[in-house]
Write a protein that binds this ligand. Structure first.
Ligand code: AMP
Ligand code: MG
Length: 496
């Protein structure tokens, strides 16, 4: 007999205290046969949850939505949004249920949410369920982002439901337990703004300030300060995405978190060969959310946030517009500083020189023209930083290796202006240029093995490799490789 473990999640809920129109109280719908796929023991520990209990039948019943744990106050959050530029006044958690919040060992408050846990009043025509594929993709990619050091929602667990879901085909159902510092989106503000509910906007803003940015409560105008802070966090975030080759895929305003965390890993993908116009999402017909469009789209989304906050930014609407424009104007410089600062580090430089932007852009340009793999080029530059003997590994990534040679001459001149012990430089570069990213073909292979063969070995192995993206991990070298032509993923799907 196994000893009874403490079946507790230390809930301390605040969102449930907000006015009733902020959410709908709704419990998860039980499933046929819960089966654990994986528990994230490290994250559980951070949250103060016993991972052995979480993996026990009792815990798995909670993760599958078959048992509502003590202290949970399950609810579906209301939100609106702009989807592909179109105004949608009502979206909301249609297949997700917030169980509640916990304050972690680090003192940070986080949401615990079940995704795929059954219908809610916001489900519209959807079934409230998630197929196994998207659950595994979100687990892999969100945890990979976190390990890369990029703000992201996290995955606490994945379970199978034992029920089937109908998509284009019949698929196994799953539930992902998602953890976020909050699930409040630009679209949550829009929900109230689109209804002319200024009190709702204010209550939400006060909640967000108290929860994410308590230092802003003392500002002259805390709502202006809030907009400024979200602009900064999001500008930094999109710069980080570009620097690892991440394409979110559905940057609708409802998928844009005011915490500055990456949220919603639907048709997301990573660049193999560098291509600023890369689009993978099957539903993004016009390339609105292409890799290189992401900063511009983010600015557009933040403008929607400013619009929603407008009545709080100044007494007169007129003034509010001027204030909003002014605050949004900070986006460009903030993004550029984060992006070019990051690019400089990827090149092994520490001092800022104006010409570095050009040097970085020149490399990207020849990478694009020569179909060079984004991740491998930067990773192998670390070897090249030791000396020209290290060039061989980089050159072979270019259709015309001579294009790299010409660029490398410029690069070495610049490196010489900043003397540094080569080993130290390589180590610094390896801390910002990952060896391992969730390559699209690897993610697809993991999903395929799980669905076709009920084999979760590849999933576990991929999660393990991606937990240390900056380490060489020679035993897993194959995971660093780009796809063979026949393995290349050309399209990704939300699968909702
Ligand atoms: P997403 O594309 O994942 O950001 O979802 C957009 C909206 O559609 C959100 O309001 C979701 O809750 C809703 N939604 C997506 N899939 C489903 C589903 N299977 N059942 C109900 N609602 C869904
Ligand atoms: Mg979404």
């Amino acid at each position: 007999m196994t000893p009874a473990s403490s079946s507790t999640i230390p809930f301390a809920n605040t969102y449930a205290r907000l006015p009733e129109r902020f959410f709908a109280e709704v419990a998860p719908t039980p499933v046929a046969a819960p089966r654990l796929i994986r528990v994230n023991a490290e994250l559980a520990a951070l949250l103060g949850i016993d991972s052995d209990w979480l993996a026990s039948p009792d815990g798995v019943a909670v993760l599958a939505g078959n048992r509502v744990p003590e202290g949970a106050e399950p609810l579906a959050m209301a939100y609106a949004g702009h989807q592909f530029g179109n105004r949608v006044p009502q979206l909301g958690d249609g297949r997700a249920i917030l169980l509640g919040e916990v304050v972690g060992r680090d003192g940070i408050r986080r949401d615990i949410q079940l995704k795929g846990s059954g219908p809610t009043p916001f489900s519209r025509r959807g079934d409230g369920r998630a197929a196994l594929g998207p659950v595994l993709r979100e687990y892999v990619v969100s945890e990979a982002m976190a390990a890369l050091g990029i703000p992201s929602t996290r995955a606490l667990a994945a379970v199978l439901t034992g029920d089937s879901v109908m998509r284009e085909t019949v698929l196994p159902g799953g539930v992902l337990t998602r953890v976020a510092t909050s699930h409040i989106r630009v679209g949550t503000f829009q929900f109230f703004a689109m209804r002319g509910d200024v009190d709702g906007v204010r209550d939400l803003a006060d909640h967000v300030i108290g929860r994410h940015y308590p230092e802003l409560a003392q500002a002259d105008n805390p709502y202006q300060a809030l907009l400024t802070r979200v602009v900064e966090r999001q500008a930094d975030l999109v710069a980080r995405w570009l620097l690892v080759g991440f394409i979110h895929g559905v940057m609708n305003t409802d998928n844009c978190a005011v915490s500055g965390e990456t949220i919603d890993f639907g048709p997301c993908a990573f660049l193999d060969a560098y291509d600023p116009s890369a689009v993978f999402s099957a539903i993004d017909e016009n390339g609105r959310y292409a890799y290189g469009n992401q900063p511009g789209i983010l600015h557009w989304n933040l403008t929607r946030l400013a619009e929603a906050l407008l009545p709080l930014l100044a007494r007169e609407t007129e003034d509010g517009v001027a204030v909003a424009q002014d605050l949004l104007g900070a986006f460009g410089p903030r993004f550029e500083a984060a992006y070019y600062g990051g690019l400089r580090a990827k090149l092994g430089l520490t001092r800022a020189e104006e010409a570095d932007k050009d040097l970085g852009r020149a490399l990207l340009e020849i990478m694009g023209a020569n179909h060079a793999d984004f991740t491998l080029t930067f990773r192998r530059l670390g070897e090249a930083a030791l000396g020209p003997e290290g060039d061989a590994g980089v050159r072979t990534l270019f259709d015309d290796p001579g294009a790299y040679d010409a660029w490398a001459v410029r690069w070495r001149e610049r490196l010489a202006a900043e003397p540094m012990d080569p080993e130290t430089r390589r180590a610094a570069m390896n801390r910002v240029n990952p060896a391992f990213i969730p390559r699209n073909h690897r993610v697809e292979a993991v999903i395929e093995a799980a669905i076709a063969r009920d084999d979760f070995g590849p999933f576990h192995e991929l999660v393990t490799v991606l937990a240390k993206p900056y380490d060489d991990q020679p035993a897993f070298a194959a995971y660093a490789e780009p796809p063979q032509p026949h393995e290349r993923v050309l399209r990704t799907f939300c699968g909702t």
